[in-house]
Write a protein that binds this ligand. Structure first.
Ligand code: G3H
Ligand code: 13P
Ligand code: ZN
Length: 361
């Protein structure tokens, strides 16, 4: 099956009331694990690569890896998405290398650390959306800055994310501004800020509405019922994965992620794409630590990478089921990017926002 665009996948998810996990990868084992889970459950796939992943794996290797996965599993539609693009060039080169979708994260400047102002975000996101839509690729924008409502701090982790203290205004996406942003940029999907952050250390206790502001999603969805919302930093950081890592020599301090039931609540209110990287990283690490502890004489990488893949597949399968994506792949007939480009040109995919904001006010 040909690669599919994010827009087509999220339109399908909206029509059938489900959400799609978007899994980060930077190597072959992660790609194989996602596809094995998708194959068993008949789930459509969103694979995403960060700038760091592209650097690590090499653009050409990634391109051929995804081609290989699509060839092995021709019945599974696969969207290849640029995660947190920081510039026009990052997004353009992603599309050049076979990505069918890009995120232009204009909430931060090109250094991926400094919060950007609204006008900068609108201008750069619109430029990328225009460029991507000419060739039928999809665009995700971000409004609001990811960070902790508990500490007020940006979420600089893994070399990405805002540095220093942020205001509540920055940490929570403003619903009225969201309408304006979608109107002015023409994005296909909107990532919003409401207290989630990347990595394992999201919350110091099981989150409640004070630190995980799900009501913001509901308010935005009321104003933008036709816009696909995206939750970043949405790993659940399961206790059992923390325990396996720590049982076999790891030293992860106790932490809490985004509970699956909160994501399911989001899916009822327009969330269609849910970004997950950390849970898979933890599953892989736990399995490898266990193997190393139990069989210290082992040195064949396949002996520890196979259990690592199995552990990741388990996480992916769980999320496909929990978000309602299982059983959906075979219902989708891929629209070619060239045909998507024509749909943009005809205005068929222009965000439907006019009137909606007024009606909600
Ligand atoms: O954006 C966050 C993702 O988890 C990717 O992380 O930049 O370390 O590849 P990364
Ligand atoms: P997690 O770190 O919670 O898995 O989030 C990943 C993400 O948002 C990638 O963009
Ligand atoms: Zn993210």
């Amino acid at each position: 099956m040909a690669r599919i665009t994010l827009r087509q996948l999220l339109d399908h998810a909206a029509e059938h009331d489900y959400g799609l996990p978007a899994f980060n990868i930077n190597n072959m084992e992660q790609g194989l694990a996602i596809m094995a889970a998708a194959d068993k459950l008949d789930a459509p796939v969103i694979i995403q690569a960060s700038r760091g992943a592209r650097q690590y794996a090499n653009d050409l290797v990634l391109k051929h890896l995804i081609d290989g996965l699509c060839e092995v599993y021709p019945h599974i539609p696969v969207c290849m998405h640029q995660d947190h693009g920081n510039s026009e060039a990052t997004c353009a080169t992603a599309i050049q290398n076979g990505f069918t979708s890009v995120m232009m994260d204009g909430s931060l400047k090109a250094d991926a650390k400094t919060p950007a102002d609204y006008d900068y975000n609108v201008a750069i996101t619109k430029r990328v959306a225009d460029m991507a839509h000419w060739v039928g690729a999809s665009v995700e924008g971000e409004l609001g800055v990811l960070g902790s409502l508990e500490t007020g701090m940006g979420e600089k982790e893994d070399g990405h994310g805002a540095e220093g203290k942020l205001s509540q205004d920055q940490l929570l996406t403003d619903p009225d501004q969201a309408v304006d942003f979608v109107n002015k940029t023409g994005v296909d999907a909107l990532a919003i800020a409401m207290g989630t952050s990347h990595g394992a250390y999201k919350f110091s206790r099981k989150p409640d509405g004070a630190v995980l502001a799900m009501h913001v999603i509901e308010e935005i969805h009321n104003r933008l019922p036709n816009t696909h919302l995206v939750m970043h930093g949405s790993s659940s950081v399961p206790q059992e994965l923390q325990d396996i890592i720590n049982q076999y020599g790891g030293q992860m301090p106790q932490t809490w992620g985004v509970p699956v039931e909160e994501i399911q609540r989001g899916i009822k209110h327009g969330v269609r794409k849910i970004n997950i990287d950390t849970d898979n990283r933890m599953a892989i690490t736990g399995a490898i630590r266990k193997l190393f502890a139990e069989k210290p004489a082992e040195f064949d990488p396949r002996k520890y990478l196979k259990p690592a893949m199995d552990a990741m597949e388990k996480v992916c399968s769980a999320r496909f089921e929990e978000f309602g994506a299982a059983g959906q792949a075979s219902k989708i007939k891929v629209i070619a990017m060239s045909d998507m480009a024509k749909r943009y040109e005809r205005g068929e995919l222009t965000p439907k926002t006019t009137g909606v904001a007024c009606a909600a006010e």
